[in-house]
Structure formats: structure tokens, C-alpha cells
Design a protein around this ligand. Structure first.
Ligand code: 5GP
Length: 200
């Protein structure tokens, strides 16, 4: 007998800052409403367009340390001088319900998720078409000073050097086709995991 068993997966999307992953994840969620998005905790200050609880949970360094110490984070990392982490409980809840979750996190976090969840995690790296285009996007975004842009570009080079150990690399050239490609990765992984053969 072949028994159908739902198993949630964790899709990890990484890209350098300005690599466009926020927009890609938003579009993906619209197309796949059952895909739960993890809201990270961070110690960095909110940007003017960001909403508390929707984009991030903004917390103090002390509150972040408490979350870390009490084992409430699936992974955490220091990125651009601030701390970021993924709360564990909402992920466990979604997976237990057979729902897939999407995490938008950096390469250090992706490594920890791979270590903890193994093949249950699907790692996708969004590559900018070129470093020059990435620089332009960061400048146009106007959320960072020129010094911060320079720092983020240097970090982008380091992060892109990690793309090869991700399961998939997608060049984010045109939004619609990037979303289509990421969506087909999600669909293919779901087909793989939703049937578990068991004989009685
Ligand atoms: P930003 O400050 O531009 O929103 O994010 C900076 C970097 O931190 C991005 O690469 C983003 O993916 C990463 N990031 C956001 N949330 C998390 C998280 O929970 N864990 C980790 N490891 N990285 C995160």
C-alpha cells in the first residue's frame, strides 16, 4: 500500500543585500499561499518602510541574547554589525502541519539550517546578474550610506563565493522569470516529498 504522508520542507533563500530576495519571496508567497514565511528577529533598527512583526521582530541585543540562550532560535548570525535569527517554534509548528516554510537568511544561517535539518532543507541562492547591477540597486534603494553600500558590496562578494554549496543557484535577471524558476524548484521538491511509500 502506498500511503500519502505530508512532510513540510524548509526553503532557504539567500542572496547578497540588494539581490532582490524580498520581492521574490513576496511574489512567491502570493503564488503559493500555503508557503509560510518566517519572520526573523533582528537587533538592527527598522527602515522607514518596514513594519514591526511583518518584516522583522525588532529587539534589543539583550532580548536577542535571551532568545539565543534559551534555545529559541533555529539559527542565528551576525550580519553587517547586527544580530539576526530565525525563531524555531513557528517553523516546527508549520512543519508539523505539513506546511512548507520559506526563510530569507544569509549564508551563515543557511549552513546551520542544512546542519540541523539535512535534506529537509532546500537551499536556493539568488545571484545578481552582475556586481555592477547590485551596486546600482543598493544605491537606488537609498537605505544605506555610501560607506554602507561599499561594505555591503564587499560582503556580497564573500557571500557569492558560497553559492556553489547551495542546492540551486538562480540568476535574478528578470523578476517574473526568477519567480517562475524558484517556484518550479518548490513544486519539484514538494512532489518528491509528498509521497512516502510504506508496505503493510
Ligand atoms: P537586511 O538588514 O538587509 O534586511 O538583511 C541583511 C542580511 O541578513 C540579509 O542577507 C538577510 O538575508 C539576512 N537575514 C535576515 N534575517 C536573517 C535571519 O533570521 N538569520 C540569518 N542568518 N540571516 C538573516
Amino acid at each position: 500500500m502506498v500511503r500519502r504522508r505530508m512532510q513540510g520542507r524548509v526553503f532557504v533563500i539567500s542572496s547578497p543585500s540588494g539581490g532582490g530576495k524580498t520581492t521574490v519571496v513576496e511574489r512567491l508567497q502570493r503564488a503559493l499561499p500555503r508557503l509560510a514565511r518566517s519572520v526573523s528577529v533582528t537587533t538592527r533598527a527598522p527602515r522607514p518602510t518596514e513594519r514591526r512583526g511583518r518584516d522583522y521582530r525588532f529587539v534589543s541585543e539583550a532580548a536577542f541574547e535571551r532568545l539565543k540562550r534559551s534555545g529559541e532560535l533555529l539559527e542565528w548570525a551576525r550580519v553587517h554589525g547586527a544580530s539576526y535569527g530565525t525563531p524555531k517554534r513557528p517553523i516546527e509548528r508549520a512543519l508539523a502541519q505539513g506546511r512548507d516554510v520559506i526563510l530569507s537568511i544569509d549564508v551563515q544561517g543557511a549552513r546551520q539550517v542544512r546542519r540541523t535539518l539535512g535534506a529537509r532543507a532546500v537551499l536556493i541562492f539568488l545571484l545578481p546578474p552582475s556586481l555592477e547591477q547590485l551596486r546600482q540597486r543598493l544605491v537606488q534603494r537609498k537605505t544605506d550610506s555610501l560607506l554602507a553600500v561599499r561594505r555591503r558590496l564587499a560582503a556580497a562578494k564573500r557571500e557569492m563565493a558560497c553559492a556553489h554549496w547551495y542546492d540551486y543557484q538562480v540568476v535574478n535577471d528578470r523578476l517574473a522569470s526568477t519567480v517562475r524558476r524558484v517556484r518550479s524548484i518548490v513544486d519539484a521538491s514538494r512532489r518528491e516529498s509528498s509521497y512516502v511509500a510504506s508496505t503493510h
